[in-house]
Unconditional design. Structure first.
Length: 171
C-alpha cells in the first residue's frame, strides 16, 4: 500500500513539474540575422570601411605595382642584361616582401577593429535581449539552437529594442 501511495505521489509531483515546465516562456534569438539586419552592424561595417579605406587603396596600388613589375620583367627578360635582370628581381622581391608585410599588418589591424566593434555590438545585443526578456517575462532565451520554431523567435523584437536603445557613449 505504501508503494502505491508513494508511486501516486511521485507521479503527481512529476505531472506538476510537467505543468510548470509547460508554462515556461521560452524565446529564441537568431544572432546571425541580427548581425546582418541590425543598423548597428551596418554602421560598424561602414565605420571600419571608412577607417581602412586609405590603407586598402594603398594595398591595391602596391599590388598593381607588383603586377606591373612582374609583367615588365617577363616582357623585357630577353633584352635585359644579367645584371639588370638581377637588379629588377631584387627590387621585385623587396617590394613583394614589403607588400606581404603590409598586407599582414593590414589584416591584423582590420581583424582587431572588427573584433572591437563586434564586442560593442554584442554588449548592446545582450542588453537588448535582457530588456525584451524582462519586459515580456521570458523564463529562458537561447541564442544557439539546432531548431527553433518561428513561434518562439523574438529576433525582430530584439532588433527593435536594439534600434530603440541609445548608443553607448563614444560609439
Amino acid at each position: 500500500m505504501n508503494k502505491v501511495i508513494t508511486s501516486l505521489l511521485l507521479t503527481s509531483m512529476l505531472l506538476g513539474a510537467g505543468v510548470a515546465h509547460a508554462q515556461a516562456k521560452v524565446g529564441y534569438v537568431n544572432t546571425q540575422r541580427i548581425l546582418v539586419d541590425a543598423p548597428q552592424a551596418a554602421k560598424a561595417k561602414q565605420k571600419i570601411e571608412k577607417e581602412f579605406e586609405r590603407r586598402s587603396q594603398e594595398m591595391q596600388r602596391l599590388a598593381k605595382q607588383l603586377q606591373g613589375m612582374q609583367e615588365a620583367m617577363e616582357k623585357n627578360a630577353v633584352t635585359m642584361s644579367e645584371a639588370q635582370r638581377r637588379t629588377k628581381e631584387r627590387e621585385f622581391t623587396d617590394l613583394s616582401r614589403d607588400f606581404q608585410r603590409r598586407q599582414r599588418e593590414y589584416q591584423e589591424d582590420l581583424n582587431l577593429r572588427q573584433n572591437e566593434e563586434m564586442a560593442a555590438i554584442f554588449e548592446r545585443l545582450t542588453k537588448a535581449i535582457n530588456y525584451v526578456a524582462d519586459t515580456e517575462k521570458f523564463d529562458l532565451v537561447v541564442q544557439e539552437a539546432v531548431y527553433a520554431s518561428p513561434r518562439i523567435d523574438i529576433t525582430d523584437r530584439v532588433i527593435k529594442a536594439l534600434s530603440d536603445a541609445p548608443a553607448a557613449p563614444g560609439k
